[in-house]
Design a protein around this ligand. Sequence first.
Ligand code: C5P
Length: 296
Amino acid sequence: MSGTARPSEGAANQSPERAQPANRSHPLPREGGRGVGLFTGTARPSEGAANQSPERAQPANRSHPLPREGGRGEGPSVNTVPVIAIDGTSASGKGTIAARVAAELGFHLLDSGALYRLVGLRALRAGVSLEDGTALAALARDLPARFDGERVFLAEADVSAELRGETCADAASRVAVHPPLRAALLSRQRAFRVAPGLVADGRDMGTVVFPEARSKVFLTASLQERAERRYKQLIAKGLAANIATLLLEIEERDRRDRERVAAPLAAAPDALVIDTTGLGIEFVVAKVLEHYRGRG
Ligand code: C5P
């Protein structure tokens, strides 16, 4: 661990009661059909904790609300539940790798991007400006979202497909620049840290949300390859896609994520950086597991 490591607030604040929803959870939805192309795999988000954690006897599709923010204990306890933080650029394979690693270890899975996408979608629907950080934070604090396997519900409407689209991805990266919104989602994300462990993927898992994560990985790949992966994902879903457009969109999102002041996209100093260009899923999963085990 680097000098940036410190006990997590989430750990200190997390009561078992609050942790409960995540225990039953199920993996948040992944980036639109992340199972195609180079990163094709049998891994699906629900395979992780649902199949391998001690809770696996529970119905895999048991639905649950989002872990709530706040009220997570007053004691000075330290959360020792291991976290693997997987950050990286858009379409770098984070979701697929995170799901596979979680499945291997029987850990829970947090797709933090889904939270930003949900806020973006809710804002678009409610006519809330994507520039209004305060209003967006209010939306985030009171997200009527529910996860059921790979399906995501917003106010009881199934938004799974919409959430994966480029419109939500764009809205997510726009809302994600606002510090009040990021602050509103912070403890909600930390509430996913429950035994036996958590694999969290996003942009700031290792730098901000879980700076004390046992293992940190930063994934990237060439822009061309990332656009091609996304293209294959969309086509496999029967959606229209254009590589040139995807290249521009992904590049723009990465630029926005890197240049924002709040929690910019960056590898933690102690992260293992993997350029996945040309690499297969199994190889990358093995690298991540090896890194994690080497930190134990
Ligand atoms: O990972 P995903 O593509 O679903 O994320 C969508 C957007 O949400 C990202 O482009 C980024 O702007 C934002 N995000 C973030 N911090 C995270 C996860 C996602 O800012 N931890």
